[in-house]
Write a protein that binds this ligand. Structure first.
Ligand SMILES: Nc1ncnc2c1ncn2[C@@H]1O[C@H](COP(=O)(O)OP(=O)(O)OP(=O)(O)O)[C@@H](O)[C@H]1O
Length: 819
């Protein structure tokens, strides 16, 4: 939150005064400061009260010591002198003990109160990401400063005024009684009237001070924030050589603070003037009060000696009473500062309560549902769905899933909180395990915002997000656009957001962490800082942006959540590293919801969600990923280069591309080979070749299966001569296929050339699908929405099912439907 924004938030604020609102807030704080009557805190206050009273008694007696010395000196009473000296020594010891104990208890109370208030604020602040909402959207400025500094100042001023305030009723009561005894009603009435008038004037003078203390605190926060900003982004600022601009901006913040401080001291001036006036007026008030009976003739009957004695005794108690009242008036300045701070804490407490309540009303967590395979499958290559599509059947097609659902986004409309802009309307989709989703769209269209809504950071306008998995790090983890690191050791960064155990447990995790650090290329960091060294630096200053992203991936690999939301999590690392990270996620079975602009990300995702930023969206299977494009290109090359069978039409030679590609690490290499100028392999069906009749293509090895009874011939695969290939299976019972193993570089690929005439059984169960590097090309004589037909027939369903389990990817050339 920028300082400008924080001051904007306060433009419409009502004036904060020493009024009812203050008393309400103060009472609320009192319940936090004194949670129970029996708490140690209350006992300390009682002890403080007792010591305060004792202090008054001792001071009172010390006041008599000089007169006692006069007396013993006057009578040359040496025994009396010793007694007075011993008494004086005891009183001095007592007062020293009492005063230092009072000071100790006051400081102790200050610490306890600060702890109580800060813990209470932390409880509200760190609950359900309220800290995020209050910092981004809350209506109070500088929450951090309120919690760290204003609470400290409030407790300091409270502890300063607390002891005098609790003792005052007792001492005032005692001296009132004494005054009544010696002066009848005149003394007390006069002193109380003085106090009432002084209090009213004080209240009038204090209110603007309270408001200015509040505003000064805000300016202090803004000034500190500016320095914090420079501290956090010093390198970026230095690149811009922006020292002079930042100096001006920081000086402006300082100027604004100084102006406010000036205003405050100016407003404090009349208050201090009145406090001093009250003090000195109080010192002669006793004589003014005595003047009334003296000049009124009440004491006319007394002799001058009696009158002197009367004046002496009466003025003594009145002065003591006045002194007690002026002590209270003296506190006015501190009370004003305490009130200013109390307003700031009270306000943030109220705001935290509001934000927390709002969060609780928009929280839609659903406990793990039992999910049957039947109702949870997702047709990967299902129909394209978009926000304008009102055909419920088509939408059902998308939502009709056979995979395990992790998150359901149901009719979601969202936009920035407290803002009328809508970023996306009526969004519907499921996040399903093993189906990666890529969210794309222009900058500012609401991609990250969607993740914010998924993470319950932003409320939805309508619709909801349902979680079918718990929102815990090993089920669902978010890697935000700006990587986050807490203070602490390297291990603590990796296992975050789980807390480390003290001392760190050396377990199998240790090996895993080392492995992952090595995998992402961060062993240098481990060597530099060690695993458990408590660092006192800021991780943001120590790591490069790319390293921060790599370290975030170590965190991801460590937790291995079922679902991870990655917000441009690879934007600072190269394509090769990006591929490594994504493939590792696949290996670890982490389903990804990624936000990103890079084209290279498409290959790792199955569904694309595109947002236009104006409310519209489209959800589309990603079939034009890199592999597909390369393979389709390959088909084109194949068509242009060869006509293997002069008897059959050219198109049947290549039969479009209805293949099933197993998307594993090395497929990139395979697709690379396929797109190279040389065609490495190609397949054909219905060769029209007679059994045993020789057929050669220059530069290629020919693998074919012939069948006597099929005039049209069967399947044939051609492989470049320089590739090591061998036939590993020929199947001819119902459908017919030929499987070869081709070794390219370090990798081997199983390539199945498949053909099933329409009158034959599909026989897919006879095919052994290997874990990786598996390519199946064929004509299945079947129809499915998955490859662009309007209907799905039985065979289509069977083929849809085939891809599910081993996570095959169906690649389709939509322009060649018939074949
Ligand atoms: N805290 C916020 N308060 C108000 N508006 C916000 C806030 N955060 C983001 N926005 C606005 O919401 C819109 C969507 O922001 P979002 O961060 O989702 O964009 P994005 O699509 O992820 O963009 P990019 O690709 O640049 O990261 C933007 O117009 C942005 O200004």
């Amino acid at each position: 939150m920028s300082p400008e924004r924080s001051s904007f938030r306060h433009k419409n604020k009502t004036k904060l005064e020493f009024d009812l609102v203050f008393f309400k807030r103060f009472l609320k704080l009192a319940t936090v400061v004194f949670p129970k009557w029996t708490s140690g805190n209350v006992l300390l206050c009682i002890l403080l009260l007792c010591l305060g009273l004792l202090n008054e008694v001792v001071i009172f007696n010390i006041g008599y010591i000089p007169s006692k010395y006069y007396k013993v000196f006057g009578t040359k009473d040496s025994d009396g002198f010793k007694e007075v000296t011993i008494l004086a020594a005891i009183l001095i010891l007592s007062i020293s003990f009492i005063k230092s104990t009072v000071s100790y208890i006051t400081s102790l109370l200050e610490i306890i109160w600060r702890a109580n208030i800060t813990y209470s604020l932390h409880r509200l602040y760190f609950k359900d990401a309220v800290y995020y909402n209050i910092n981004c959207f809350g209506k109070v400025d500088n929450p951090d400063q309120r919690i760290t500094q204003d609470v400290e100042r409030f407790c300091y001023y409270l502890s300063t005024v607390f002891a005098p305030l609790i003792i005052a009723p007792f001492t005032i009561g005692y001296y009132l009684y004494k005054t009544v005894q010696s002066t009848t009603y005149l003394g007390p009435v006069g002193v109380i009237s003085f106090f009432i008038v002084a209090t009213i004037i004080n209240k009038i003078l204090m209110s603007p001070v309270v408001n200015l203390v509040f505003k000064k605190k805000e300016k202090e926060g803004n000034f500190r924030f500016k320095h914090m900003q420079i501290r956090m982004y010093s390198e970026s600022a230095a690149f811009y050589k922006s020292g002079h601009i930042e100096k001006n901006k920081t000086n402006n913040q300082l100027l604004s603070l100084l102006k406010m401080s000036q205003k405050l001291v100016l407003r404090e001036y009349p208050l201090n003037f009145f406090i001093n006036l009250s003090n000195y007026f109080g010192s002669i008030l006793s004589y003014l009060l005595l003047a009334i009976p003296i000049f009124g003739g009440s004491f006319d009957s007394m002799s001058s000696v009696e009158l002197s004695a009367k004046i002496s005794s009466t003025s003594f108690v009145i002065m003591y009473l006045i002194n007690n009242f002026t002590k209270l008036i003296d506190l006015a300045a501190d009370v004003a500062r305490m009130a200013g701070n109390a307003h700031r804490i009270g306000e943030i407490m109220e705001e935290l309560g509001k934000v927390k309540a709002e969060k609780e009303t928009t929280y839609h967590f659903i406990e793990n549902e039992s999910i049957t395979r039947e109702d949870n499958a997702f047709h990967l290559n299902t129909l394209l769905v978009n926000s304008e599509d009102n055909d419920s059947d088509r939408q059902i097609a998308v939502n009709e899933t056979r995979r395990q659902k992790a998150v359901t986004v149901d009719n979601l409309t969202y936009g920035p909180p407290q803002c009328r802009d809508i970023l996306c309307r009526n969004l519907k989709f499921n996040v399903e395990l093993n189906t990666n989703i890529l969210i794309t769209g222009d900058s500012g269209c609401g991609k990250s915002s969607l993740l914010r809504v998924l993470a319950n950071l932003w409320p939805s306008v309508t619709g909801k997000v349902k979680y079918h998995i718990p929102e815990r790090p090993h089920h669902m983890l978010f890697l935000p656009q700006k990587p986050y690191f807490t203070n602490g050791s390297l291990r603590q960064q990796i296992i975050f957001p789980i807390e480390d155990v003290e001392p760190p447990v050396v377990s199998i995790d240790e090996d895993r962490i080392h492995q992952y650090l090595e995998f992402v290329g961060l062993t240098n960091i481990l060597n530099r800082v060690g695993m458990d060294t408590e660092t006192d630096w800021n991780w943001y200053d120590e790591l490069s942006p790319g390293e921060m992203q790599r370290l975030s991936f170590v965190r991801l690999f460590y937790h291995q959540p079922k679902v991870a939301a990655l917000d441009e999590a690879t934007s600072q690392i190269g394509l090769e590293a990006e591929q490594k990270m994504y493939l590792k996620c696949k290996e670890l079975g982490i389903t990804l919801v990624s936000v990103g602009h890079r084209e290279s990300l498409r290959q790792f995702h199955h569904i694309g969600l595109h947002l236009d930023g104006k409310g519209a969206w489209t959800l589309q299977p990603i079939t034009d990923n890199i592999y597909t494009q390369n393979l389709l290109k390959n088909v084109e090359l194949l068509r242009d280069s060869f006509d293997f069978n002069p008897c059959s039409p050219k198109s049947s030679c290549t039969s479009g591309l209805k293949s099933v590609v197993n998307n594993q690490d090395d497929s990139v290499t395979l697709s690379g080979f396929c797109t190279s100028d040389a065609i490495l392999c190609c397949k054909n069906k219905e060769t029209h070749l007679q059994e045993g009749k020789s057929f050669k293509v220059r530069g290629y090895q020919v693998f074919r299966s012939d069948r006597k009874e099929r005039k049209k011939g069967v399947v044939m695969t051609l492989v470049r001569n320089n590739i090591n290939a061998r036939e590993i299976k020929t199947y001819m019972e119902e459908a017919e296929y030929l499987e070869i193993k081709a070794t390219i570089g370090q990798s081997s690929y199983n390539i199945v050339n498949f053909y099933c005439p329409s009158d034959k059984k599909l026989s897919l169960d006879t095919i052994q699908i290997s874990d990786s590097n598996f390519l199946m090309v064929g004509d299945f004589n079947s129809q499915s929405h998955s490859w662009g037909y309007n209907t799905t027939d039985k065979r289509g369903e069977t083929i849809d099912d085939l891809q599910d389990e081993p996570h095959l990817i169906l690649v389709n050339d939509p322009t060649d439907l018939y074949n």
